[in-house]
Each structure stands twice: as structure tokens, then as C-alpha cells.
Ligand binder design. Sequence first.
Ligand code: 13P
Length: 224
Amino acid sequence: MNTEDQARQDLLAATRRLSSAGLNSGTAGNLSVRIEGGLLITPSSVPPEQMGPEDLVAIDHQGQPLAGRATVPGRSPSSEWRLHADLLGQRPEIQAVVHCHSIHATALACHGRGIPPFHYMVVQAGGPDIRCGGYATFGSQALSDLAGQALEHRQACLLAHHGQVTLGATLAQALALAIEVETLAQMYLAALQLGEPPLLSEAEMGRVAEQMRLRHYGALGAAG
Ligand code: 13P
């Protein structure tokens, strides 16, 4: 199997895993991986169970079909292709982008709230907190710009009234981080039932990051 065929199989498997893990439903969410000359991205408005490897769309960083690739009739790249193309363009260290509307992360984002350092595993997203980017219409350049800002020095962010975005040095890491962000959001919402929880200090979050780096722990350790 050539590398693009392998990328198609991996992206489809990750798309299905996102749904089976309960992080996405219906046609919500989209995933991409970097390929030679551009990116491979999920098609717009197609539920994972109806998606085959041939339905994934190969585009350049301007959203144009990559030369020599036949797009299945009726399939177009995800409406969020700008966000995916921009992030892959801005962040040479990443290979994959995952976007989904997981319930607990989205519930926080609907209040415009990110995830503060209430738990040490927040460090997995690349820093002491997970920011919530501002709201803009889905598929817009404005949304891509807001996501890019919220992801500065981070590998995950929430998007107001929308969902979450994760980045990975591999597709598996971006997927694992999306699951971690959803878990942290669920924990934070549970902790909020008793009031705003105390937060870990920036110094402690720095120590946690160092421990994870030394132990090659989780997505952050493997990426670093
Ligand atoms: P697409 O089906 O176009 O990928 O859109 C889903 C979505 O989640 C938009 O943010």
C-alpha cells in the first residue's frame, strides 16, 4: 500500500474511532492529516459509517483538489478545510488536526470557558491551561484565525459555542488528546458542582511538564 492509501485507511479509522469513543455524532467534526503537497481531509456532511477511504479529499493549502486525485462525485472537503490547512501550514511540527463537538468540552465552550490548571493532566495539551477561542461562523476564515490564536503554544483548544480542536505529531496523538480533553472537561464540570476548584500553580504545572517529558508520558512526552 502506498503512503497516501495508508493515510486514507488511518484517517478513516480515526474518524470512526472518534464516533465510537462517543466524541462525535452524525456529521459533526472533521479530521485531517498532512500529505505530500497538502492535506487529506474528511468530506463535508458525510457520517463516518457512510464514509469510505475514497471519500476522503486531498487538497492543497488553498483548498484546491491536489493534481491527479479523483474526488468522488458529490464529495467536497470539510467546511473547516481552512482551519485544518492553516494549522498544518502554521505548525510544521504537527501532522494531524482533529475537530469534534464532544459534549463536555462543548458545554464548557458554550459558556466561553476554557480548562484551567485544576488537574495536572491539563499539561497534556501543551501548557498550564486549555484556552477557549472566540466564536465565529463554522467554516469561516475568522474561525480559523481564532483557533490559531487559542492554540498558540498549545496542542488543544476549545472553540466558543462550537467544540474542541487538537493537534498531533501523529494522527494517533491528536486523537488521544481529543479524548483526553473531553475527559478533562467532564472532570472539570464535575468538580464545578462543589464550586470553583482550587488550581495548581504555574510552577507545579511546569514540574509536571518536566516529569512528563522525562518519562515520555502521554501525547506530550511522545511529541517532545
Ligand atoms: P463538515 O461536515 O463540513 O466537516 O462540518 C462539520 C463541522 O463540525 C463544522 O464545524
